[in-house]
Design a binder for this molecule. Structure first.
Ligand SMILES: CC(C)(COP(=O)(O)OP(=O)(O)OC[C@H]1O[C@@H](n2cnc3c(N)ncnc32)[C@H](O)[C@@H]1OP(=O)(O)O)[C@@H](O)C(=O)NCCC(=O)NCCS
Length: 173
């Protein structure tokens, strides 16, 4: 797998991956990502800003076909993480999407993200997950994340907070 920074041309690819994922989830009765959050324009603006900042990554095969994407930054959303937590250096993961035909790649991508965070001196890999999607919560727990708390925020759909220590990247609980 080749991991490289996304460029502006990847916006369309990322939106396609997101649409594929939301359609797959809808088929399984899961409403996560059914609509752009908070609206399509703002969602695209956020993704492009992340690309411009060098914080969005594309995972491709040897033929340059995109298999997955993920965004990683060091911004602690103050609505989610407490001042004490924010003071403890962490990497924040967003928009992890693995295309269906490459299902299983997510673990390797998160191990890579943990290694990267560790190398940068960051102690945690953190993620906010769709609040009521318990299936997805279990997935992150299987991948070494611990549940921190679940917030009930009226204007934010992903209030389930998880983090994984970067000290021993690749270790499973
Ligand atoms: C979550 C994801 C990145 C995991 O990729 P992966 O590690 O390669 O593993 P898989 O795609 O095989 O998924 C692992 C398991 O989680 C389940 N799962 C994946 N996404 C899920 C979701 N959003 N809600 C509920 N279950 C989900 C899969 O059905 C699978 O279950 P199984 O083990 O019973 O078959 C990938 O499934 C994906 O892109 N999902 C849709 C987008 C998404 O939810 N991203 C995470 C945002 S926080």
């Amino acid at each position: 797998m080749i991991i490289e920074r996304a460029d502006a041309d990847d916006l369309g690819v990322i939106l396609t991956l997101r649409t594929e994922a939301s359609e797959w989830l809808a088929q399984r009765g899961i409403d996560q990502w059914a609509v752009a959050w908070p609206n399509p324009e703002e969602q695209n603006r956020r993704i492009l800003a992340s690309i411009d900042a060098g914080e969005t990554w594309m995972i491709r095969d040897e033929n340059e076909a995109t298999m997955a994407t993920v965004a990683l930054d060091t911004f602690s959303d103050p609505r989610l993480w407490t001042p004490d937590e924010q003071a403890d250096p962490a990497m924040y993961m967003h928009r992890l999407i693995v295309r269906r035909k490459h299902a299983g790649l997510g673990t390797e991508i998160m191990d890579w993200a943990c290694h990267r965070a560790h190398r940068l001196g960051l102690h945690w890999l953190r993620i906010d997950v769709w609040t009521d999607n318990t299936g997805l919560h279990r997935y992150y727990e299987r991948n070494g994340f611990k549940h921190v708390r679940t917030l009930d925020l009226a204007d934010y759909p992903s209030g389930a907070l998880f983090q994984r220590s970067t000290d021993a990247p690749g270790d499973r609980p």
